[in-house]
Ligand binder design. Sequence first.
Ligand code: B12
Length: 560
Amino acid sequence: MTTVKITIYGQTLINNTIVFLTALSGFFIIDSQHMKLLLISLQSNASLVGIKYIAANVRSHGHEVRILLLPGYLESTLHSEIEKFVRNYNPDLIGMGLMSIEFYPAKNLTRLLKERFDIPVIWGGLHVILKPDECIKYADYVCGGEGENAVVALLEYLRDKGRNVVPDISNIWVNDNGSIIKKEAAPEVDLDRLPIIEYLPDYYYVFHNGQIINFSEHPKLFRSYSLYGGTCHMMITTRGCPFYCGYCANAYTMTVFGKKIRKRSVENCIEELKLVKEDPYVIYINFEDDWFFSHDREWMKRFCGEYKKHINLPFMVRVFPGVLDREKLFMLKDAGLSLVIMGVQTGSDRVNFEIYNRKVRFSSVIKAAELISESKVAPYYEMIVDNPYETEKDQMDCIDSMAKLKRPYTISLAHLTFFPGTLLTERAVKEKIVDPDAYLTRYMVKIDKTYFNKLLYMAPYIPRFFINFLNKPEASRNFIHRLLTNCLFFVAKRTIEPAVFFFVLTRGLKYNFNWTARTVLGNWKSALAKLLFNFLGKSDMEFDKRLELARKEMPGLFEK
Ligand code: B12
């Protein structure tokens, strides 16, 4: 609650809200109906979606919000500037949003805040949805589903009934002095009824170089913390995914949210985009939907018309091979679609069906790649590697399949990360193939530098006869195979790949010089900034190194 204390010594802190006065022993309490929420993200970059939604909704209910980004904060003490910020703002509730890799930083920060402040803390986000039983041990409340309505309800509960009454709100679990009260999931929010989110809200702060800085007052700093150099707005037009892929958290979240895909109306999406477009720096829209193509043709047609008329910026979407629709793809291309990310994951049908529980045959990938190639949209295909369940034959099949895809295309390899709660992790942990905490130190970009990974990486770039010649089981490889693979990998990575990427990107952007220059420059600037930060000190230390250090400094934090 907004509480302005006027002490008998006359020290005054004035807050610009409409207030009412109550006299209390020795000082006045000026109170209003609105509550104050502080939302904290420990993510390493400033590109947030879920937290922005919660903030926007809380504000639309008349409450006050600040978002604070503490990139990877995992220190043994609370920095005095963070403490000062919290003390000055004096929130009624602190919320933290976490993905699995932020679990220990969130546990640590909650402990540090609890040592200094008597403010209730709520955790939410994907990791909490996956592991509410574990998370509720460390926070006062956790949100086991979508947070928009639950947080407003909790703030108003705290305002009306105080902290001593256990809130009775769907989605909100309570830790009542060690006894845990679980709650059923709330009905899903109606996406069109949510307020739209801003690209750079003026209540967004960052802890940077020992200071708390308001991002909107320092937009350059915001861009240096954002993905793609801050040239790109991240947006979601649907929520949900109907598939049960073994490595994906969606297979679990579906049991909470259901299989249905919820969609926003064209009008609602365009409203967000119009607002975002007011920032002249935004030149790209990144649709993060798992299932953008679940919109029907009618929706796509209207969306593309409105998009071209009002927005007219290049954009990217994710596609699923089996459901890529030609008509929709060409409509989108005409409206500005410049890049598609397609999750291929593996070129082996056995691995897809038997290990990943992903019902996609490679023949649909081939068809989808042909369509994408025909549309001249930049193709970016995502693969999963380092799978302990894959045999040599599976890996060779995968490389063989990928070499057959229509070129030019680009590829990215991600380490098979055993994130908590997925079907595959449960299996691998049970079979003792993986340590349950392995995902904390190795995820996504940290892939093994194996012979097959190198070969797969260059499958789009080197002549096919080389791939066929080099794609051999270990037992039949010799010195020439290894040498050639290493040399070609070096050349492909340093020269062919950047050239192909530049070409497909420029073509996808319809050879628009301005867009191409800004997209490339934006990415280049953010890559350079990261390199410099890493070089200059621990402000952007790799997360796993920071975690390793924290394990030595605070062993207690890692006890379960
Ligand atoms: C967009 C996105 C990103 C964006 C933005 C993330 C963000 N914080 O908003 C970026 C690109 C930054 C990103 C990065 C990563 N991501 Co990501 N990402 C997604 C994606 C595609 C959509 C998320 C989204 O916007 N959903 C819509 C919003 C509205 O939902 P939400 O974020 O879950 O938020 C709701 C609730 O969770 C809750 N909630 C959220 N925060 C809070 C806070 C409080 C206090 C409360 C009460 C509630 C609450 O309320 C929100 C509103 O309803 C999901 C896949 C998916 N379909 O969920 C993967 C996903 C979340 N990402 C994932 C991963 C692995 C990563 C990376 C580790 C990948 C990497 N390359 O390293 C990094 C981690 C970055 C970091 N921690 O530093 C995994 C997470 C797995 C896990 N167990 O943690 C997912 C599930 C993908 C997958 N299928 O496996 N990601």
